[in-house]
Design a protein around this ligand. Structure first.
Ligand code: GTP
Ligand code: MG
Length: 394
């Protein structure tokens, strides 16, 4: 090997490893780059995974919330349906009670009218006279009866009444017209506070009605307080205490024989202090004499006006439907002492004289607010003219 060869060889030796090294380096770089890319890719994938996981968690959370909301909405709807169903059931059972309660009155009025109508094939004066007699006997009262018959006569004249079979529905219309007097809007309750004073002759059903009213308004969510202002007999205080107990309502009472005005005075103070919505005062139906009774009521009335001016006052006269026309006399008598805002007509369930509701509406300028159709705590209803007539003619 010559020098040249040697040099060349050396050169080759040098060149070859150099060439190899660069290649290796590049390879390494590529490898490192690849590794870095892998790491990078893994990191990106990890990042993406984390982001996706976060998003999925968010979506799941939102979905859970939506699910809960839907559940709540469904629950609310079910609850609303239940409440509506309960109200419908209550209304139906009220109406059934009314129908049942009015059964004697119904057979008295409607039964007798049916009997009259059966005997006639055409409209004539004799038919009107017989109808007139039946209506008066059914306690509808002379004034209302005269109006009703005059209206039927007019309709027969105008050709709007041709057959006896048409009389019943016309009669129903007429009675509704008279009774809707009681449907006029009730007084507006501005302060939200109210006092009811329950008055009437002994045995009319005052204490029972106080108990029923207290239970009704308490059920409607009102804060109710009772005042035992019939201090004439110990039994009267005990009777009211029993009703208060049954309806879980507070009662303000004093000893037997104490001043009823003082009971009402204390009850008003308690109603104010305890922020009560409604104070219902029971009163005596009998004192030593009639003048005593009326003077006592006047005094109570004045105390309420003076001590509780911000409260709405409702003076309710209780009339026993079984007393028929006598009830009208009582209303006139009490009306001279206090301004009566409304009537509670009790014991409609036990009488055939329910027609008195029509007479009261026609002859007294006082609306019927409540009717009693039984002795139970639930047996007091707000008077509704259409419902009453429907129950009667059902
Ligand atoms: N069937 C029936 N009985 C009733 C009704 N309301 C009251 N009564 C009954 O009538 C009677 C007299 O009722 P009370 O509430 O004590 O009468 P009151 O007016 O407070 O009588 P005094 O306190 O004596 O003045 C009781 O036996 C009651 O159960 C009603 O709507 N229907
Ligand atoms: Mg009583």
């Amino acid at each position: 090997m010559g020098l040249f060869d040697n040099i060349f060889k050396k050169k080759e030796e040098k060149v070859v490893p150099m060439t190899w090294n660069r290649h290796e380096e590049e390879k390494e770089i590529v490898q490192v780059e690849e590794k870095m890319q892998e790491v990078l890719d893994e990191e990106i994938v990890e990042d993406i995974k984390t982001e996706v996981t976060k998003e999925v968690v968010k979506v799941v959370k939102v979905a859970e919330e939506v699910k809960e909301e839907i559940k709540e909405e469904v629950k609310e709807e079910i609850k609303e349906d239940d409440v509506i169903e309960e109200l419908v059931e209550e209304k139906q059972s009220f109406f059934q009670k009314l129908v049942k309660g009015l059964s004697k009155t119904k057979s008295n009025i409607i039964g007798n009218i049916d009997n009259v109508l059966k005997g006639f094939t055409k409209i004539d004066e004799e038919l009107f006279e017989e109808l007139e007699e039946q209506l008066i006997m059914a306690d509808i009262g002379v004034a209302a009866t005269i109006d009703i018959i005059a209206d039927l006569r007019q309709k027969a004249k105008d050709g709007r009444l041709k057959e006896p079979s048409e009389i019943k529905s016309l009669l129903k219309e007429e009675i509704v017209k008279i009774l809707t007097f009681s449907d006029k809007p009730k007084k507006q309750d501005e302060s939200g506070k109210k006092v009811m004073l329950i008055i009437g002759v002994n045995g009319a059903g005052k204490t029972t009605s106080v108990g029923k009213l207290a239970s009704k308004y308490r059920k409607e969510g009102k804060k109710v307080l009772l005042a035992a202002a019939d201090t004439f007999r110990a039994a009267a205080i005990e009777q009211l205490a029993e009703w208060a107990n049954r309806a879980n309502i507070d009662l303000i009472k004093h000893k037997e024989g104490s001043d009823p005005g003082a009971v009402v005075f204390d009850a008003i103070a308690a109603a104010k202090a305890r922020k009560m919505d409604l104070l219902i005062c029971d009163t005596a139906g009998r004192l030593h004499n009639k003048k005593n009774l009326m003077d006592e009521l006047k005094k109570i009335y004045k105390i309420i006006e003076k001590e509780y001016p911000e409260a709405e006052k409702e003076m309710l006269l209780v009339l026993d439907a079984t007393t028929g026309q006598n009830a009208l006399q009582q209303a006139k008598l009490f009306g001279e002492i206090v301004d009566i805002d409304g009537l509670i007509l009790t014991k409609l369930d036990g009488t055939a004289k329910g027609g008195i509701v029509v007479a009261i509406n026609k002859e007294l300028n006082i609306p019927v607010r409540y009717i009693g159709v039984g002795e139970g705590i639930e047996d007091l209803q707000e008077f509704d003219a259409a419902e009453f007539v429907n129950a009667l003619f059902e």
